[in-house]
Design a protein around this ligand. Structure first.
Ligand SMILES: Cc1ncc(COP(=O)(O)O)c(C=O)c1O
Length: 353
């Protein structure tokens, strides 16, 4: 604590990201990265972008990327916003739509960055309990004052809310923004993007970090009607005009263009999720039905923390949250077949001795 800090800085409790270990021989299943490399076309596009033009600023509006995303989703370019990872896009959404307001509705168990943005942007959250199955009950989300925010699929549970329920939440809150964070939507969910034409209060946020294997490039998106997007542009252009560098823009465009590669890696992740779920159940885990690139699992006898420590000692990292209601769960990212076999072998060592 320093006397030079502002009152707001003193109050902040920053988000703590999952560990990024410095050794390479770990089986890393703790931060929901994609186990597969980006498309070869993405790597080629990035390579091509590394040239003398790097002396020039990138396109501040990322027009080509926005047009590519708009074409992909059947939207207008004015309905697409891009930023430096979806975390930054979320931050701008808080500033543009929620700042200084009371009662932003969010689930008690969801992405732990939301409460951090609430502190940063002076938003009062109203936290709503998920039901006993960890599902969002749409009836609980009526009458928000600041707005509504939730991930779909939810994180860290992986559970999905059907579009019809999202529509109910949109209809119950015509006077405020409903932000649907679709970081994991491509692993089996149906995107709310198709509702954008009917709901001026819907903002869909997505990322290229998960399904498009580009966590290291930091590219996120927001999709919504043009007036919402204009609000985000105002904030972004008051903060950093060039959030996406030339290489990131080239990578993101190529990632959207190589749809075949994207679909095949998403399918592999889903197949591996089915295998992992089955294996974990055989070892006595309860596994929530997941639509994401991770599973959320709780062992019937062994404490989650003990399992996480044992795994870590044997070179496998997963995520354990010290939070009420979920402190006996582990969030395990979907890996390659080999990584998952290693995980299961270590678990067998612990649970079958
Ligand atoms: C629900 C959710 N939203 C947003 C993000 C941020 O993703 P990124 O900033 O890499 O786009 C994450 C990252 O794990 C997430 O789990």
């Amino acid at each position: 604590m320093s006397k030079f800090w502002s009152e707001n800085t003193k109050r902040l409790q920053p988000y703590v990201p999952g560990e990024q270990p410095k050794f390479s021989n770990l089986v890393k299943l703790n931060t929901n990265e994609n186990p597969f490399a980006p498309s070869p076309l993405v790597l080629q596009a990035m390579h091509d972008a590394v040239n003398g033009d790097l002396r020039l600023y990138p396109d501040p509006n990322a027009d080509n990327l926005k047009q590519t995303v708009a074409d992909y989703y059947g939207l207008q370019k004015s309905q697409v916003f891009v930023g430096n990872g979806s975390d930054e896009v979320l931050a701008h959404a808080f500033a543009a739509f929620f700042q200084g307001k009371q009662q932003l509705l969010m689930p008690d168990i969801s992405y732990s960055f939301y409460p951090v943005y609430c502190q940063l942007y002076d938003v009062k959250p109203r936290v709503i309990q998920l039901d006993a199955q960890f599902a969002i009950n749409s009836a609980d989300y009526a009458g928000a004052v600041a707005g509504v925010i939730f991930p779909n699929p939810n994180a860290p549970t992986g559970c999905i809310l059907p579009l019809a329920m999202i529509e109910k939440i949109l209809q119950a809150n015509p006077e405020c923004v409903v932000l649907v964070d679709e970081a994991y939507i491509d692993f089996g969910g149906v995107s709310a993007v198709k509702l954008i034409a009917d709901y001026p209060n819907l903002l869909v946020v997505q990322t290229l970090s998960k399904s498009r294997s580009l966590a290291g490039m930091r590219v996120g998106l927001a999709l919504g009607q043009a007036e919402l997007i204009e609000g985000l542009e105002r904030v972004k252009n008051s903060f950093n005009s060039y959030p996406l560098d030339r290489v990131a823009q080239a990578a993101a465009i190529a990632a959207f263009k190589d749809d075949g590669y994207f679909r095949s890696t998403c399918k592999k992740v889903i197949d591996n999720r089915i295998w992992l779920t089955e294996q974990l159940r055989q070892l006595g885990f309860e596994v929530l039905p997941s639509y994401a690139n991770f599973v959320f699992a709780c062992h019937v006898e062994k404490a989650a923390e003990e399992i996480a420590v044992f795994l870590r000692q044997h070179g496998v990292v997963v995520r354990h949250f010290q939070q009420a209601r979920i402190d006996n769960f582990l969030r395990i990212s979907i890996g390659t077949v080999e990584q998952q076999q290693r995980l299961i072998a270590v678990l067998k060592e612990l649970l079958m001795k």
